[in-house]
Structure formats: structure tokens, C-alpha cells
Design a protein around this ligand. Structure first.
Ligand code: 13P
Length: 284
């Protein structure tokens, strides 16, 4: 199966109240772990690729790896630019074979964010590529909970609804209290904001910063209208802990396969658990 746009599975997720996972791809082992878990669960999924990961892997390798995963698995897989910062980078990814892009204009004012996102949607749609937009500020890895909980960073439902109506994005990331990276405490998710926006627009709300969010909070978010959930840090932690353990267990190991195999297995277990929690098993 070729790579697909998110519209291959997001409408079904919205209608049947489950969420599709975006698992970030940082290297070959991440890609393999994610697709192996999804194959066992018969689940659609999204490979998220940040601009940093693109730089690390190279755009040709990134696309080739995702295409190989789609071909081998037969699953509906979207290859999605995560937090694309410009029209140009989005177009570069589309030309290289990405089936989906995020344009993150959240650092612009509302009007400019709408205008820039519209341009990406127009160009992407012509090529059958899906688009995610973002509104409100989702905290970064350095941010602590008190900053992320500040109401000033939350998306305003009426603005999110207008953003959807004017841009026509295929899914919409809104700041609702989660943050990228692990949490020091429990994130306080504003389910009311999710619900208000999700009830008013026909596409799913996206939850960024899925790592470390308690299972019950994930279930409540999906019930409120989240249909796409992003996970990266939990896989990074699982990967690095497994490598650290393997290296600590043997001072003489030199074959990378000896520590990358447990790392890949650890990530596969994380992804499989998330897929089950998100309810996307057997939805491929
Ligand atoms: P985490 O790293 O917190 O899981 O967030 C991932 C993410 O939202 C990528 O856009």
C-alpha cells in the first residue's frame, strides 16, 4: 500500500471515537518498532517527522523508510511533517513524498496564522495531502507545568472554530494543557475546550504532548473529541533506557545491533500499549 493522507482514517476516528497515534520517527529503529507494533494491532498510524528529525535522517531516507513500512505492512500509514515552520518546508516535504503536513503558525497572530495555513491547505489539497494546523501555544520540552497551565496559552474555542472554518484543515491541534516532553506532575487538560471545539467542527482535535499523560486523561480526551494523539518522548525514553541498560550490562559490547535490538523492542511495547489505549486496534 502507498502512503496515505490522514483523511484515509481520521474521519472514521472522529465518527467512531477513537484516536490514531502519531509516533515520531527519529531513525530506522523507531520506524521499525512503530510499524511492527501497528502490524500486530492492525492499526492505522502516522509517522511524525520534525524538521530536526528530517535534518538528522535526510529527506530521502525518511520517505524511503516510510514507504518501505507501508509496503511491508499493507497498513494505512501517513507520513506527516510535524510542526512545519514554513510554506517552503511543507512543499519540500510534499515534493519528496510526504502524504501529510502540519503547518504550525501558532507563534503568529490569529489573522496571519489563518492566512499562512490557508496557503498550505490550498497547495496540499491539490496534491491529495492532508494538513494539520495549530492554535494556541503548546509548551516545549523545557516548559514546566505552571507555565503550561497558564490560561494565556490555551486555545480559545471561538478562535479555533473560526480557524477551522477559514482554513479547512483536516485536523486541528489546539493548546489544551498538554506539553511536549515528560511532565513533572499531572497535566491539567481542559476537556471543556476540546469538547467545545470538537462539537463545532467536522474534523478531529489533535492532542500534542501525549507522553506521560495518564491513561484516564487520554480516554477522557478521546471522549471529548480528540482523534489524533502525538507521542515521541516516551519512545525516546524507552529507547535510551534500553541502550543504557545494555551498555551497563557489558563493557565490551561493540556491535550496535546488541543494544539497538532491545531498544527497538522497548519502543514497540510502548507503541503497542498506546495503540490499544487510543482504541485504534483493528481499524486498519
Ligand atoms: P511528546 O514528546 O510529549 O510525546 O510530544 C510529541 C508531540 O506532540 C510531537 O508533536
Amino acid at each position: 500500500m502507498p502512503l496515505v493522507s490522514m483523511n484515509e482514517f481520521l474521519p472514521k476516528a472522529k465518527a467512531n471515537k477513537f484516536a490514531v497515534g502519531q509516533f515520531n520517527m527519529n531513525n530506522l529503529e523507531f520506524a521499525q518498532a512503530i510499524v511492527e507494533a501497528a502490524m500486530e494491532e492492525k492499526s492505522p498510524f502516522i509517522y511524525g517527522v520534525s524538521e530536526g528529525a528530517l535534518k538528522y535522517m535526510g529527506i530521502e531516507f525518511t520517505v524511503a523508510i516510510a514507504e518501505a513500512a507501508a509496503k511491508k505492512s499493507g497498513l494505512p500509514i501517513a507520513l506527516h511533517l510535524d510542526h512545519g515552520s514554513s510554506f517552503e518546508v511543507a512543499m519540500k516535504c510534499i515534493r519528496a513524498g510526504f502524504s501529510s503536513v502540519m503547518f504550525d503558525g501558532s507563534h503568529y497572530g490569529l489573522e496571519e496564522n489563518i492566512e499562512l495555513t490557508k496557503q498550505v491547505v490550498k497547495a496540499a489539497r491539490a496534491m491529495g495531502v492532508s494538513v494539520e494546523g495549530e492554535l494556541g501555544t503548546i509548551g516545549g520540552v523545557e516548559d514546566d507545568l505552571s507555565v503550561d497551565e497558564a490560561d494565556a496559552t490555551m486555545a480559545k474555542p471561538e478562535e479555533a472554530i473560526r480557524f477551522y472554518e477559514e482554513t479547512g484543515v483536516d485536523c486541528l491541534a489546539i493548546a489544551v494543557g498538554t506539553a511536549h516532553g515528560m511532565y513533572k506532575g499531572e497535566p491539567k487538560i481542559h476537556y471543556d475546550i476540546i469538547q467545545q471545539v470538537a462539537d463545532a467542527i467536522p474534523v478531529p482535535v489533535v492532542l500534542h504532548g501525549g507522553s506521560g499523560v495518564p491513561d484516564e486523561a487520554i480516554r477522557l480526551s478521546i471522549a471529548a473529541g480528540v482523534g489524533k494523539i502525538n507521542v515521541n518522548t516516551e519512545n525516546q525514553v524507552a529507547c535510551t533506557e534500553a541502550i543504557r541498560q545494555a551498555l551497563e550490562a557489558s563493557a565490551t559490547v561493540i556491535d550496535p545491533r546488541k543494544y539497538l535490538t532491545p531498544a527497538r523492542n522497548a519502543m514497540k511495547a510502548v507503541v503497542q500499549e498506546k495503540i490499544r489505549l487510543f482504541g485504534s486496534s483493528n481499524q486498519a
